[in-house]
Design a protein around this ligand. Structure first.
Ligand SMILES: Cc1cc2nc3c(=O)[nH]c(=O)nc-3n(C[C@H](O)[C@H](O)[C@H](O)COP(=O)(O)O)c2cc1C
Length: 359
């Protein structure tokens, strides 16, 4: 089998990753009390053939823990637990970024520790149910609109968490700016109706992610900071607006100035979401000189074609990695892929998590 571009090594900032296959961030809800247990380390260790692993969404603060059993990264217990994960991945000669996801209004009090609060740019409810282990699906409540101090504190939490990520052995941090979580709640007009410097114009709505990226890059180095974005996404009640191409053009330009290592662009049309126009993907590609990560509905052939056409530099695979720990070998050998069992995507325990065949 001739080795093709997907299996070439790639220079990602100061790292050399062994191939252009990225494991996409996927929430798996296997962290009781928000602490990743040994199964989580085993799971990522099994997938260390990937050039780069991006972890499941991980909260930088108590307020951001909107879903049941998602991991956090804001105290020493978390650092210790994540260290076991990064050790396993590095032992497999892979690299790993942690995705920092603050759920914002996509949350329910039963999923939060005592004293944590549900905050968002504006007091507009998600309009959807959230799973709780206590009462099943429950409507997401109206969030508290963030004060100027809440915003500053939250930016600080992201930066602090990035420092803890480095301490945990992570090679970098991905800011989750996609899919309708807190950062995207600032970007999107459906969830941000503020009239201060954090809402309204494109520049104001983009201020939150840019400030996080700027302060993080200053603290841990721009080559350790990436961001995920989902222009024209519909997940978590986000909506497109007439200025969307211009918003992402502005963001790409500003993030380029900061010199962060990558932008990771989500296209969930393969999951039934609206198509993401080529125009916005082009705008990001043209204005951001760092690495562009493609994602959404990729198989080997589509990945090769998009890499050859220079639409992106490396390619993230999500669902195929759940059920094929050795996805890279399988693609290299053109072996058939095991389908993923959706019923165990978010359930606790090893079933559908660490028990897929590893050879
Ligand atoms: C079970 C599951 C959990 C996911 N959790 C996250 C997440 O925590 N953060 C994120 O940015 N995307 C998340 N996604 C989206 C994936 O990263 C990816 O974009 C999506 O699955 C499309 O890629 P695929 O067609 O290769 O699966 C999740 C997807 C799945 C299937």
């Amino acid at each position: 089998m001739p080795k093709t571009i997907l299996f070439d090594s790639y220079k990602l900032g100061s790292l050399t990753i062994k191939n252009r296959v990225v494991m996409a961030p996927m929430t798996r809800n296997r962290s009781p009390n928000n602490v990743p247990d040994h199964l989580v380390a085993e799971y990522y260790g099994q997938r260390a053939e990937a050039g780069l692993i991006i972890t499941e969404g991980t909260s930088p603060s108590a307020n951001g823990l909107g879903y049941a059993r998602i991991p956090g990264l804001f105290n020493e217990e978390h650092v210790k637990a994540w260290h076991a994960v990064t050790n396993k991945v590095h032992a497999g000669k892979s690299h790993i970024f942690v995705q920092l996801m603050h759920c914002g209004r996509a949350s329910h009090p039963d999923n939060l520790p005592a004293k944590a609060k549900i905050i968002a740019p504006s007091a507009i409810a998600l309009g959807q149910d959230i799973w709780t282990d206590t009462k099943g699906n429950q409507p997401a409540p109206v969030p508290e609109a963030m004060s100027e101090k809440d915003i500053e504190d939250t930016i600080h939490e992201f930066v602090k968490s990035a420092e803890l990520a480095v301490k945990s052995g992570f090679d970098g941090v991905e800011i989750h700016g996609a899919n309708g979580y807190l950062v995207d709640q600032f970007l999107n007009t459906a969830s941000n109706q503020r009239t201060d410097r954090w809402g309204g114009t494109i520049e104001n709505r983009a201020r939150f992610p840019i400030e996080i990226a700027r302060q993080m890059a200053k603290k841990i180095g721009p080559e350790k900071v990436g961001i995920r974005l989902s222009p024209y996404g519909a997940f978590n009640s986000t909506q497109p607006d007439a200025e969307m191409d211009r918003l992402y053009e502005y963001l790409a330009k500003e993030l380029n100035k900061l010199g962060i290592v990558y932008i990771h662009v989500v296209d969930h049309s393969s999951m039934g979401a609206p198509a993401v126009p080529d125009s916005v993907k082009k705008v990001i590609r043209e204005n951001f000189k760092g690495t562009y990560i493609l994602s959404g509905g990729y198989d080997k052939e589509k990945a090769e074609a998009d890499l050859e056409a220079k639409r992106g530099d490396i390619v993230a695979f999500g669902r195929p990695f759940i059920s094929n720990p050795r996805l890279v070998s399988k693609m290299l050998e053109d072996a058939p892929l095991t389908p993923a069992d959706q019923t165990t995507f978010y359930t606790p325990g090893p079933k559908g998590f660490t028990d897929y065949p590893v050879n």
